[in-house]
Design a protein around this ligand. Structure first.
Ligand code: ATP
Length: 358
Protein backbone atom coordinates (compact mmCIF):
# COMPACT_ATOMS: atom_id res chain seq x y z
CA UNK A 1 0.00 0.00 0.00
CA UNK A 2 1.51 3.35 -0.94
CA UNK A 3 1.22 6.13 1.64
CA UNK A 4 -1.48 8.74 1.19
CA UNK A 5 0.76 11.43 2.58
CA UNK A 6 4.52 11.49 2.89
CA UNK A 7 7.12 13.97 4.00
CA UNK A 8 10.77 13.61 3.16
CA UNK A 9 13.51 15.52 4.97
CA UNK A 10 11.19 18.47 5.42
CA UNK A 11 12.56 21.76 6.82
CA UNK A 12 10.97 25.12 7.53
CA UNK A 13 13.18 27.97 8.64
CA UNK A 14 11.97 31.51 9.36
CA UNK A 15 14.35 34.45 9.22
CA UNK A 16 17.38 35.45 7.25
CA UNK A 17 19.18 33.15 4.78
CA UNK A 18 17.01 30.10 5.41
CA UNK A 19 18.93 27.93 2.92
CA UNK A 20 22.17 28.51 4.78
CA UNK A 21 20.38 27.67 8.01
CA UNK A 22 19.18 24.34 6.57
CA UNK A 23 22.73 23.53 5.52
CA UNK A 24 23.97 24.27 9.03
CA UNK A 25 21.21 22.13 10.53
CA UNK A 26 22.19 19.29 8.20
CA UNK A 27 25.73 19.63 9.50
CA UNK A 28 24.55 19.26 13.06
CA UNK A 29 23.85 22.83 14.22
CA UNK A 30 21.21 23.08 16.94
CA UNK A 31 18.02 25.14 17.01
CA UNK A 32 19.33 27.40 19.78
CA UNK A 33 22.53 28.15 17.86
CA UNK A 34 20.43 29.39 14.91
CA UNK A 35 18.09 31.33 17.13
CA UNK A 36 21.03 33.30 18.44
CA UNK A 37 21.53 34.49 14.85
CA UNK A 38 17.88 35.54 14.51
CA UNK A 39 16.70 32.46 12.60
CA UNK A 40 13.96 30.09 13.78
CA UNK A 41 14.12 26.47 12.68
CA UNK A 42 10.43 25.58 13.09
CA UNK A 43 10.58 22.13 11.47
CA UNK A 44 13.81 20.18 11.13
CA UNK A 45 14.29 17.14 8.92
CA UNK A 46 10.79 15.66 9.27
CA UNK A 47 10.26 12.39 7.41
CA UNK A 48 7.17 10.22 7.91
CA UNK A 49 4.41 8.46 6.01
CA UNK A 50 0.68 8.45 6.69
CA UNK A 51 -1.22 5.44 5.39
CA UNK A 52 -4.72 5.63 3.89
CA UNK A 53 -7.39 5.41 6.61
CA UNK A 54 -4.92 6.12 9.41
CA UNK A 55 -5.27 8.66 12.22
CA UNK A 56 -1.75 10.05 12.52
CA UNK A 57 -1.30 12.31 15.50
CA UNK A 58 1.43 14.92 15.73
CA UNK A 59 2.03 15.65 19.37
CA UNK A 60 4.33 18.20 20.96
CA UNK A 61 4.51 21.14 23.33
CA UNK A 62 3.81 24.71 22.29
CA UNK A 63 6.48 25.91 19.86
CA UNK A 64 7.61 22.43 18.84
CA UNK A 65 6.61 23.07 15.22
CA UNK A 66 3.29 21.24 14.86
CA UNK A 67 1.30 24.02 13.17
CA UNK A 68 4.14 24.90 10.83
CA UNK A 69 4.36 21.25 9.82
CA UNK A 70 0.61 21.09 9.23
CA UNK A 71 0.66 24.19 7.03
CA UNK A 72 3.27 22.53 4.83
CA UNK A 73 1.13 19.39 4.56
CA UNK A 74 -1.64 21.27 2.78
CA UNK A 75 0.66 23.49 0.79
CA UNK A 76 -0.23 26.69 2.66
CA UNK A 77 3.39 27.15 3.58
CA UNK A 78 6.29 26.36 1.29
CA UNK A 79 9.01 24.15 2.77
CA UNK A 80 12.50 25.62 2.96
CA UNK A 81 13.77 22.18 1.94
CA UNK A 82 12.37 18.69 1.44
CA UNK A 83 9.20 17.29 -0.02
CA UNK A 84 5.53 16.72 0.81
CA UNK A 85 3.77 14.13 -1.35
CA UNK A 86 0.02 13.58 -1.41
CA UNK A 87 -0.97 10.42 -3.28
CA UNK A 88 2.51 10.44 -4.76
CA UNK A 89 2.17 14.01 -6.08
CA UNK A 90 4.84 16.42 -4.89
CA UNK A 91 3.04 19.50 -3.50
CA UNK A 92 6.25 21.50 -3.64
CA UNK A 93 6.30 21.31 -7.44
CA UNK A 94 2.58 21.99 -8.05
CA UNK A 95 1.64 25.32 -9.65
CA UNK A 96 -0.61 27.52 -7.47
CA UNK A 97 -3.93 26.85 -9.28
CA UNK A 98 -3.42 23.07 -9.04
CA UNK A 99 -2.52 23.42 -5.38
CA UNK A 100 -5.65 25.48 -4.67
CA UNK A 101 -7.78 22.91 -6.49
CA UNK A 102 -6.21 20.08 -4.47
CA UNK A 103 -6.76 22.01 -1.23
CA UNK A 104 -10.40 22.68 -1.96
CA UNK A 105 -11.31 19.15 -3.11
CA UNK A 106 -8.99 16.67 -1.46
CA UNK A 107 -7.91 18.26 1.80
CA UNK A 108 -10.07 19.66 4.62
CA UNK A 109 -8.98 21.54 7.70
CA UNK A 110 -10.70 21.57 11.09
CA UNK A 111 -9.40 24.32 13.35
CA UNK A 112 -9.39 24.83 17.10
CA UNK A 113 -11.72 27.79 16.85
CA UNK A 114 -14.69 26.80 14.87
CA UNK A 115 -14.46 29.68 12.42
CA UNK A 116 -18.20 29.54 11.76
CA UNK A 117 -19.91 32.39 9.95
CA UNK A 118 -22.31 33.91 12.50
CA UNK A 119 -24.81 35.12 9.87
CA UNK A 120 -25.06 31.83 8.00
CA UNK A 121 -27.25 28.95 9.11
CA UNK A 122 -25.72 25.75 10.45
CA UNK A 123 -26.51 24.13 7.09
CA UNK A 124 -24.81 26.91 5.10
CA UNK A 125 -21.81 26.74 7.41
CA UNK A 126 -21.52 22.99 6.87
CA UNK A 127 -21.92 23.51 3.13
CA UNK A 128 -19.30 26.25 2.92
CA UNK A 129 -16.51 24.10 1.41
CA UNK A 130 -18.93 22.91 -1.28
CA UNK A 131 -20.01 26.50 -1.93
CA UNK A 132 -16.37 27.42 -2.55
CA UNK A 133 -16.11 24.47 -4.96
CA UNK A 134 -19.13 25.82 -6.90
CA UNK A 135 -21.41 22.87 -6.12
CA UNK A 136 -25.09 23.76 -6.92
CA UNK A 137 -27.28 24.64 -3.94
CA UNK A 138 -29.54 21.56 -3.90
CA UNK A 139 -26.59 19.19 -3.90
CA UNK A 140 -24.58 21.10 -1.34
CA UNK A 141 -27.58 21.28 1.00
CA UNK A 142 -28.10 17.54 0.67
CA UNK A 143 -24.43 16.76 1.35
CA UNK A 144 -24.26 19.27 4.22
CA UNK A 145 -27.35 17.73 5.84
CA UNK A 146 -25.82 14.25 5.50
CA UNK A 147 -22.60 15.42 7.13
CA UNK A 148 -24.50 17.19 9.91
CA UNK A 149 -26.48 14.02 10.60
CA UNK A 150 -23.23 12.03 10.77
CA UNK A 151 -22.02 14.50 13.39
CA UNK A 152 -25.20 14.18 15.45
CA UNK A 153 -26.71 17.51 14.37
CA UNK A 154 -29.81 16.38 12.47
CA UNK A 155 -32.59 18.86 13.22
CA UNK A 156 -30.22 21.81 13.75
CA UNK A 157 -29.74 22.66 10.06
CA UNK A 158 -31.69 25.91 10.17
CA UNK A 159 -30.29 27.15 13.49
CA UNK A 160 -27.72 29.92 13.83
CA UNK A 161 -24.25 29.15 15.21
CA UNK A 162 -24.81 31.18 18.38
CA UNK A 163 -27.75 28.93 19.28
CA UNK A 164 -25.33 26.00 19.57
CA UNK A 165 -23.01 25.01 22.44
CA UNK A 166 -19.24 25.00 21.90
CA UNK A 167 -19.20 21.24 21.32
CA UNK A 168 -22.00 21.50 18.78
CA UNK A 169 -20.24 24.33 16.97
CA UNK A 170 -17.14 22.19 16.70
CA UNK A 171 -19.29 19.43 15.21
CA UNK A 172 -20.42 21.88 12.55
CA UNK A 173 -16.73 22.49 11.80
CA UNK A 174 -16.24 18.73 11.49
CA UNK A 175 -19.37 18.40 9.33
CA UNK A 176 -18.00 21.13 7.04
CA UNK A 177 -14.82 19.11 6.60
CA UNK A 178 -16.73 15.86 5.99
CA UNK A 179 -19.25 17.39 3.55
CA UNK A 180 -16.57 18.03 0.93
CA UNK A 181 -15.67 14.33 0.73
CA UNK A 182 -12.02 15.28 1.13
CA UNK A 183 -9.71 12.27 1.52
CA UNK A 184 -7.40 13.99 3.93
CA UNK A 185 -8.53 15.76 7.10
CA UNK A 186 -6.04 18.02 8.83
CA UNK A 187 -7.18 18.74 12.36
CA UNK A 188 -5.27 21.45 14.23
CA UNK A 189 -5.94 21.25 17.98
CA UNK A 190 -9.55 20.77 16.91
CA UNK A 191 -10.85 19.79 20.32
CA UNK A 192 -8.51 21.82 22.53
CA UNK A 193 -10.97 24.65 23.22
CA UNK A 194 -13.67 22.30 24.50
CA UNK A 195 -14.50 21.37 28.09
CA UNK A 196 -12.96 18.02 29.09
CA UNK A 197 -16.19 16.00 28.96
CA UNK A 198 -17.28 17.45 25.63
CA UNK A 199 -13.78 16.96 24.35
CA UNK A 200 -13.97 13.28 25.22
CA UNK A 201 -17.34 13.05 23.47
CA UNK A 202 -15.85 14.56 20.35
CA UNK A 203 -12.93 12.14 20.45
CA UNK A 204 -15.38 9.24 20.75
CA UNK A 205 -17.45 10.61 17.92
CA UNK A 206 -14.43 11.00 15.67
CA UNK A 207 -13.34 7.42 16.40
CA UNK A 208 -16.86 6.19 15.72
CA UNK A 209 -17.14 8.13 12.44
CA UNK A 210 -13.71 6.94 11.39
CA UNK A 211 -14.82 3.29 11.60
CA UNK A 212 -17.07 3.84 8.60
CA UNK A 213 -15.49 6.84 6.86
CA UNK A 214 -11.88 5.65 6.97
CA UNK A 215 -10.47 9.07 6.13
CA UNK A 216 -6.79 9.79 6.37
CA UNK A 217 -6.43 12.13 9.31
CA UNK A 218 -3.51 14.14 10.62
CA UNK A 219 -4.46 15.37 14.07
CA UNK A 220 -2.37 17.93 15.92
CA UNK A 221 -2.49 18.08 19.69
CA UNK A 222 -0.37 19.00 22.70
CA UNK A 223 -2.32 16.57 24.89
CA UNK A 224 -0.70 13.15 25.18
CA UNK A 225 -3.85 11.45 26.46
CA UNK A 226 -5.74 12.73 23.43
CA UNK A 227 -2.90 11.58 21.18
CA UNK A 228 -2.99 8.12 22.71
CA UNK A 229 -6.79 7.81 22.46
CA UNK A 230 -7.01 8.90 18.85
CA UNK A 231 -3.77 8.00 17.16
CA UNK A 232 -3.16 4.80 15.23
CA UNK A 233 0.36 6.19 15.34
CA UNK A 234 1.83 9.21 17.03
CA UNK A 235 4.73 11.43 15.97
CA UNK A 236 6.34 13.05 19.00
CA UNK A 237 7.85 16.46 18.19
CA UNK A 238 10.41 18.33 20.20
CA UNK A 239 12.08 21.60 19.23
CA UNK A 240 11.20 21.18 15.56
CA UNK A 241 12.29 17.56 15.27
CA UNK A 242 10.25 14.37 15.24
CA UNK A 243 11.88 12.33 17.96
CA UNK A 244 9.71 9.21 17.71
CA UNK A 245 6.92 7.78 15.56
CA UNK A 246 5.04 4.80 16.91
CA UNK A 247 1.82 3.41 18.30
CA UNK A 248 0.72 4.57 21.73
CA UNK A 249 1.95 1.27 23.17
CA UNK A 250 5.34 1.49 21.47
CA UNK A 251 5.82 5.00 22.78
CA UNK A 252 4.77 4.01 26.28
CA UNK A 253 6.75 0.81 26.48
CA UNK A 254 9.78 1.78 24.39
CA UNK A 255 10.18 5.57 24.59
CA UNK A 256 12.92 6.75 22.21
CA UNK A 257 14.61 8.94 24.81
CA UNK A 258 14.32 10.44 28.29
CA UNK A 259 12.23 13.31 26.94
CA UNK A 260 9.55 10.99 25.58
CA UNK A 261 9.76 8.86 28.72
CA UNK A 262 9.20 11.87 30.96
CA UNK A 263 6.25 12.87 28.83
CA UNK A 264 4.58 9.49 29.12
CA UNK A 265 5.13 9.23 32.88
CA UNK A 266 1.65 10.40 33.81
CA UNK A 267 -0.26 8.43 31.19
CA UNK A 268 -2.80 5.99 32.57
CA UNK A 269 -1.17 2.85 31.21
CA UNK A 270 -4.15 0.66 31.99
CA UNK A 271 -6.13 2.56 29.34
CA UNK A 272 -3.52 2.18 26.62
CA UNK A 273 -1.83 -1.18 26.99
CA UNK A 274 -3.14 -4.40 25.53
CA UNK A 275 -1.95 -7.98 25.93
CA UNK A 276 0.42 -7.56 22.95
CA UNK A 277 2.54 -5.06 24.89
CA UNK A 278 2.50 -6.91 28.19
CA UNK A 279 2.94 -10.55 27.19
CA UNK A 280 6.13 -12.53 27.43
CA UNK A 281 6.72 -13.87 23.93
CA UNK A 282 9.35 -16.38 24.92
CA UNK A 283 6.68 -19.01 25.18
CA UNK A 284 7.74 -22.37 26.50
CA UNK A 285 4.65 -24.11 25.18
CA UNK A 286 3.24 -25.66 28.32
CA UNK A 287 1.26 -22.72 29.66
CA UNK A 288 -1.86 -23.11 27.54
CA UNK A 289 -2.24 -26.85 27.90
CA UNK A 290 -5.59 -26.57 29.58
CA UNK A 291 -9.08 -25.36 28.83
CA UNK A 292 -8.82 -22.14 30.79
CA UNK A 293 -9.82 -18.71 29.53
CA UNK A 294 -7.31 -17.08 27.15
CA UNK A 295 -6.65 -13.57 25.83
CA UNK A 296 -5.81 -12.24 22.36
CA UNK A 297 -3.06 -9.71 21.60
CA UNK A 298 -5.80 -7.02 21.44
CA UNK A 299 -7.30 -7.77 24.85
CA UNK A 300 -7.29 -4.50 26.82
CA UNK A 301 -5.22 -4.33 29.95
CA UNK A 302 -8.13 -4.17 32.41
CA UNK A 303 -9.80 -7.19 30.83
CA UNK A 304 -6.48 -9.02 30.99
CA UNK A 305 -6.33 -8.29 34.74
CA UNK A 306 -9.82 -9.75 35.14
CA UNK A 307 -8.85 -12.93 33.24
CA UNK A 308 -5.68 -13.19 35.29
CA UNK A 309 -7.74 -13.04 38.48
CA UNK A 310 -9.91 -15.90 37.22
CA UNK A 311 -7.21 -18.35 36.11
CA UNK A 312 -4.69 -19.94 38.40
CA UNK A 313 -1.66 -19.59 36.11
CA UNK A 314 -0.19 -17.13 33.58
CA UNK A 315 -2.78 -16.06 31.01
CA UNK A 316 -2.19 -17.60 27.59
CA UNK A 317 -2.40 -15.15 24.68
CA UNK A 318 -3.51 -16.78 21.44
CA UNK A 319 -3.86 -15.41 17.92
CA UNK A 320 -6.74 -15.96 15.48
CA UNK A 321 -5.56 -19.49 14.64
CA UNK A 322 -5.51 -20.34 18.33
CA UNK A 323 -1.71 -20.45 18.26
CA UNK A 324 -0.03 -19.46 21.49
CA UNK A 325 1.86 -16.18 20.96
CA UNK A 326 2.67 -15.21 24.53
CA UNK A 327 1.88 -15.55 28.20
CA UNK A 328 1.15 -12.98 30.86
CA UNK A 329 2.24 -13.92 34.37
CA UNK A 330 0.42 -11.85 37.01
CA UNK A 331 3.57 -10.05 38.14
CA UNK A 332 3.95 -8.65 34.62
CA UNK A 333 0.55 -6.96 34.86
CA UNK A 334 1.52 -5.21 38.05
CA UNK A 335 4.99 -4.46 36.69
CA UNK A 336 3.75 -2.77 33.51
CA UNK A 337 1.50 -0.47 35.51
CA UNK A 338 4.55 0.63 37.47
CA UNK A 339 6.87 0.78 34.43
CA UNK A 340 8.82 -2.26 35.58
CA UNK A 341 9.26 -4.84 32.86
CA UNK A 342 11.71 -7.24 34.48
CA UNK A 343 11.01 -10.39 36.45
CA UNK A 344 10.80 -10.25 40.25
CA UNK A 345 14.16 -10.56 42.02
CA UNK A 346 14.59 -13.57 44.32
CA UNK A 347 13.72 -12.74 47.88
CA UNK A 348 16.52 -12.41 50.43
CA UNK A 349 15.98 -13.33 54.02
CA UNK A 350 17.12 -10.76 56.58
CA UNK A 351 20.46 -12.51 57.09
CA UNK A 352 21.42 -11.73 53.47
CA UNK A 353 21.33 -15.33 52.13
CA UNK A 354 19.20 -16.11 49.07
CA UNK A 355 16.08 -18.05 50.15
CA UNK A 356 16.12 -21.75 49.33
CA UNK A 357 14.36 -22.53 46.08
CA UNK A 358 14.38 -18.88 44.93
N1 ATP B 1 5.67 33.07 10.57
C1 ATP B 1 6.61 32.85 11.48
N2 ATP B 1 7.69 33.64 11.57
C2 ATP B 1 8.66 33.42 12.47
N3 ATP B 1 8.65 32.40 13.35
C3 ATP B 1 7.59 31.56 13.32
C4 ATP B 1 6.51 31.74 12.40
N4 ATP B 1 5.62 30.75 12.60
C5 ATP B 1 6.09 30.01 13.61
N5 ATP B 1 7.27 30.48 14.03
C6 ATP B 1 8.12 29.91 15.11
O1 ATP B 1 8.33 28.54 14.80
C7 ATP B 1 8.33 27.75 15.97
C8 ATP B 1 7.27 26.66 15.84
O2 ATP B 1 5.99 27.27 15.85
P1 ATP B 1 4.62 26.47 15.65
O3 ATP B 1 3.52 27.46 15.75
O4 ATP B 1 4.72 25.66 14.43
O5 ATP B 1 4.63 25.51 16.93
P2 ATP B 1 3.41 24.71 17.57
O6 ATP B 1 3.99 23.45 18.05
O7 ATP B 1 2.30 24.65 16.60
O8 ATP B 1 3.03 25.63 18.78
P3 ATP B 1 1.57 26.00 19.35
O9 ATP B 1 1.03 24.72 19.92
O10 ATP B 1 1.85 27.04 20.37
O11 ATP B 1 0.78 26.51 18.17
C9 ATP B 1 8.07 28.71 17.13
O12 ATP B 1 9.32 29.05 17.69
C10 ATP B 1 7.44 29.91 16.45
O13 ATP B 1 7.72 31.10 17.18
Amino acid sequence: MSPRLETEHLYKVFGRRPDDAVERLRQGAGREELRAGGTTAAVIDASFQVEPGEIFVVMGLSGSGKSTLLRMLNGLSEPTAGHVRFDGQDLTSLPDPALRELRSRKISMVFQHFALFPHRSVRDNAAYGLYVQGVPRAERDRRADEALALCGLAGWEKSWPDELSGGMQQRVGLARALATDADLLLMDESFSALDPLIRRDMQDQLLELQKSLKKTIVFITHDLNEAMRLGDRIAMMRDGRIVQVGTAQEILVHPADDYVASFTKDVDRSRVLTAAAVMDTEVRGDEADCDCETATPHTPFTELCAISARVAHPVAVVDRDDTLVGVVPRHRLVGFLGDEQGDPTPCRPRGGKVAAGA
